[in-house]
Design a protein around this ligand. Structure first.
Ligand SMILES: Nc1ncnc2c1ncn2[C@@H]1O[C@H](COP(=O)(O)OP(=O)(O)OP(=O)(O)O)[C@@H](O)[C@H]1O
Ligand SMILES: [Mg+2]
Length: 253
C-alpha cells in the first residue's frame, strides 16, 4: 500500500535551484556564500537545511524566497522563474505564495501582535478578518497576547507572532530561518508540530533552517550545506544520525 509519506517522496519539485551562486561584495572583500547549489524541494514536503555557521543557509533561503537575487544560476517556484520577475513581480510572488519566518523576527514595534499578523493581508489588499487573526494567534498559543506590542513580549512569544504572521495568508511555501532558535524546548516542539501540520494537513511546503537535530527530525529530509555547497542529504532523518553528520561537517578543516 502506498501511504502518504511514500507519495511525498516522489512529489513533483515545487522549488528548484540550479547552479546557484551568491557572492557578496567584490574584489578582495568578496565572500562566496553559495557556490553552485542545485537542489529541489518537493511540493508538500518539509525539508530542514543544516550546516555550520556561515555555510550559506540564510542566504539560500533568502534567494529561494525571492528576498535576494543570486549572482548566478536559476531559481524557479512552480512554473515561475524568479529571474524573469522585476522587483514588483517578486514582491507579488512573495505576497501571494510565500511566507517567511526570519531569524530576527522582523516585527513592527509600534503594532500590536494582532496588527502585525494582519499586515501581510493588508499589504495584499485583503481585508483581515478579526476572527482569523485571533485563530492564528491562538494556534501559536498567544490568544491572551493579541493587544501586546513586541516590546511587551518575550523572545519566544515574538517568534510565535512572526510565525502566525507568516501563515496568515496560507502561503504555498513557508521558509523559516531557525524558527525555534529562540524558543524553549516545549514551545519549540509546538512550533515544529505546527509546521509539520501545514505539510501533513494542508499540503503546504516547508523549508526550515535549524541547528537542532531534533528539530530536523520533524522534516522529511535534511539537506546539509558546507561552505556554500550541498554536502549531502538524509531522508527520514533520525536525530542521532543528523547530529553525527553535523559533527563531521563542523570538524572539517
Ligand atoms: N549581506 C551580506 N554581505 C556580506 N556578506 C554576507 C552577507 N550576508 C551573508 N554574508 C556572508 O555569507 C556567508 C553565509 O552567510 P549566511 O548568513 O547565509 O550563513 P548561515 O549559514 O545562515 O549562518 P548562521 O548559522 O550563522 O546563521 C557568511 O560568510 C556571511 O558572512
Ligand atoms: Mg543564518
Amino acid at each position: 500500500m502506498t501511504n502518504f509519506a511514500d507519495e511525498r517522496r516522489t512529489a513533483a519539485p515545487l522549488i528548484r535551484l540550479h547552479a546557484v551562486r551568491k557572492v557578496f561584495g567584490a574584489g578582495r572583500a568578496a565572500v562566496t556564500a553559495l557556490d553552485g547549489v542545485t537542489l529541489d524541494f518537493g511540493a508538500g514536503t518539509c525539508t530542514a537545511v543544516m550546516g555550520p555557521s556561515g555555510s550559506g543557509k540564510s542566504t539560500l533561503l533568502q534567494c529561494a524566497a525571492g528576498l535576494d537575487r543570486p549572482s548566478e544560476g536559476e531559481i524557479a517556484i512552480g512554473q515561475v522563474r524568479l529571474d524573469d520577475l522585476d522587483e514588483n513581480g517578486l514582491t507579488r510572488l512573495r505576497r501571494e505564495r510565500i511566507g517567511f519566518v526570519f531569524q530576527s523576527f522582523n516585527l513592527l514595534p509600534s503594532l500590536t501582535a494582532e496588527r502585525n499578523v494582519a499586515l501581510p493581508l493588508r499589504l495584499a489588499g485583503r481585508r483581515p478578518e478579526r476572527g482569523r487573526i485571533r485563530e492564528a494567534l491562538a494556534a501559536v498559543g498567544l490568544a491572551d497576547r493579541i493587544r501586546h506590542r513586541p516590546s511587551e513580549l518575550s523572545g519566544g512569544q515574538r517568534q510565535r507572532v512572526a510565525i502566525a504572521r507568516a501563515l496568515i495568508t496560507e502561503p504555498e511555501v513557508v521558509f523559516a530561518d531557525e524558527p525555534t532558535g529562540a524558543l524553549d524546548s516545549r514551545t519549540g516542539q509546538e512550533v515544529l508540530t505546527l509546521l509539520r501540520s501545514l505539510v501533513d494537513d494542508r499540503g503546504q511546503t516547508v523549508v526550515m533552517v535549524t541547528h537542532d537535530p531534533v528539530a530536523a527530525s520533524y522534516a522529511d529530509r535534511v539537506v546539509f550545506l558546507s561552505d556554500g555547497r550541498v554536502a549531502g542529504e538524509e531522508r527520514d532523518p533520525a536525530p542521532r544520525r543528523v547530529a553525527e553528520r553535523m559533527t563531521k561537517l563542523e570538524e572539517r578543516p
